[in-house]
Design a protein around this ligand. Structure first.
Ligand SMILES: [Zn+2]
Length: 293
């Protein structure tokens, strides 16, 4: 069953920005500017996206709509079919590679096999793509689309300088973000993207999961990757090859970040998995450093 949609906000968030929350699944964000409205992400199904557009109708007034896909992960763009023909969809150019990747179709097949609500999902790509960065000039508000790879190769974050608000999507996440692969290159990218977001010096940093808005999450995510590198950096060669390293005391998720006691078990399992990938990438990076030394 689709989660229910609610429109919400964060303390201190400008009223032109509305958080579109699909239960615990994901948050999309609606931004109203003088010239147009922008919807960042289309949620996990066309039905969810249609419900969100209906709820937003009053706030949308008669302005044209522009849609941004932050990245091609299912929970962020599978609602695109509800947008096709109504508004242009913008994404980073690397999103096209992900759409062509057979793994993307495989995720849809797997999820449609598990849950009926995914059976009417069509994989619809962006109409407009860019490399580097792109700026949407809304008059009163500017939306800078910043390529922030590392979680995925196509990931973008949105910076609104007039409000000092960063819509960080999945580049920042509580308790931990997830790197794209166990490669040292992707680890470098996710850390560089976190630093880029930190250097914006935002008043609010809003990820797409976890309902947080404090910029301190960026610092905590960076500190997490730093301590991972520190601890792995002290290991000798034989432990580096240990596939069970993530279960060893000192290397488990809870040895790096505090986990709330009321976190649902499937959420915890999800973040343990993210941590495993992050640890794997850190081990790989350390191995490369040893080799080149
Ligand atoms: Zn996500």
């Amino acid at each position: 069953m689709n989660p229910s949609i609610e429109l919400c906000s964060h303390p201190g968030l400008d009223e032109r920005i509305v958080i579109v929350r699909a239960g615990d699944e994901v948050d999309a964000v609606f931004v109203r500017t003088e010239r147009f409205n922008v919807l960042i992400d289309t949620l996990g199904t066309p039905e969810l996206c249609r419900t969100a557009l209906d709820l937003l109708e009053e706030k949308a007034e008669v302005r044209p709509l522009i849609v941004v896909n932050s990245h091609m992960d299912w929970d962020h763009f599978w609602g695109n079919a509800a947008i096709a023909g109504r508004a242009p969809i913008i994404a980073h150019a690397a999103a096209l590679d992900r759409l062509r990747d057979p793994a993307t179709r495989q995720v849809l097949q797997d999820k449609a096999g598990e849950e009926a609500r995914f059976r009417d999902v069509e994989l619809i790509g962006p109409d407009i793509t860019f490399s580097g960065s792109m700026v949407l000039n809304g008059g009163d508000l500017t939306l800078e689309l910043i390529h922030t790879p590392g979680h995925t190769p196509d990931h973008l974050a949105v910076w609104i300088p007039e409000l000092r608000v960063c819509l960080a999507v999945d580049a920042v996440e509580y308790p931990v973000p997830e790197v794209w692969s166990r490669s040292a290159d992707d680890l470098r990218l996710i850390r560089a993207s976190l630093e880029r977001i930190r250097d914006l010096d935002a008043r609010l940093v809003i990820p797409a999961h976890g309902g947080t808005c404090s910029p301190s999450t960026v610092a905590k995510n960076l500190a997490y990757f730093e301590s991972l590198a520190d601890r792995v950096g002290r290991l000798g060669g034989s432990r580096l090859a240990d596939p069970e390293l993530g279960n060893a005391s000192g290397f488990r998720l809870e040895d790096f970040v505090a986990i709330p006691g009321d976190m649902p078990s499937d959420t915890l399992a999800f973040y343990r998995n993210c941590h495993e990938t992050n640890l794997g990438a850190t081990v790989q990076a350390h191995g490369e450093k040893l080799k080149s030394a």
